[in-house]
Design a protein around this ligand. Structure first.
Ligand code: SF4
Ligand code: SF4
Length: 162
């Protein structure tokens, strides 16, 4: 995907975060830490791997089921962090009209204290900005195909275990 599309999506979110204050202070920034196996990580949108090539805070970029997965050292240059970090704890989903919108990511349930208050507990400006950013991505055919794959993966986490 063209670098300029990614930059436009980054700019749509800008410095907005899920809350007015630093939510990382609530949880010790748990979403920036590797899990117990040292795994975890963020799926990179098409074209993002190249943009992270010279970032010394990137620990590794490894192949994933549908996209490369980045792990980091637990801190980063905020203006360079990938889109998966910028949108968390939200995730893309198609609304009734078929347009892309957002909902809370099922994967956030296990770690993010903001989930308990629902999407209404997040800064509405952040929610709007993430939705706008994902719609920018969806204007690109490769970007839209990626959102579909992202959605299918997230839906796996919504399925009951038994
Ligand atoms: S887990 Fe949730 S509350 Fe904690 S830093 Fe991440 S988004 Fe913020
Ligand atoms: S790149 Fe930054 S925002 Fe993303 S997981 Fe690492 S430290 Fe957190």
């Amino acid at each position: 995907m063209d670098r300029n599309i990614l930059l436009k999506a980054y700019a749509a979110i800008g410095a907005r975060t899920p809350m007015f204050t630093d939510c990382g202070a609530l949880c010790g920034a748990v979403c920036c830490r590797a899990d117990e196996d040292g795994q975890g990580g963020v799926h990179l949108f098409p074209g993002e791997s190249a943009m992270l090539r010279n970032c010394d805070w990137v620990d590794a970029v490894k192949p994933g089921s549908f996209a490369p997965i980045m792990t980091c050292i637990g801190s980063c240059e905020r203006e360079k962090r990938p889109l998966g970090c910028r949108i968390f704890p939200l995730t893309p989903v198609r609304g009734r009209s078929g347009r892309w919108t957002v909902r809370l990511d099922a994967r956030a349930r296990a770690m993010c204290p903001l989930v308990g208050s629902g999407i209404g507990g997040l800064d509405p400006e952040f929610v709007r900005a993430v939705r706008d950013a994902l719609r920018i991505i969806a204007e690109d055919p490769e970007g839209e195909a990626f959102l579909e794959k992202w959605l299918r993966l997230e839906e796996e986490y919504r399925k009951p275990l038994w």
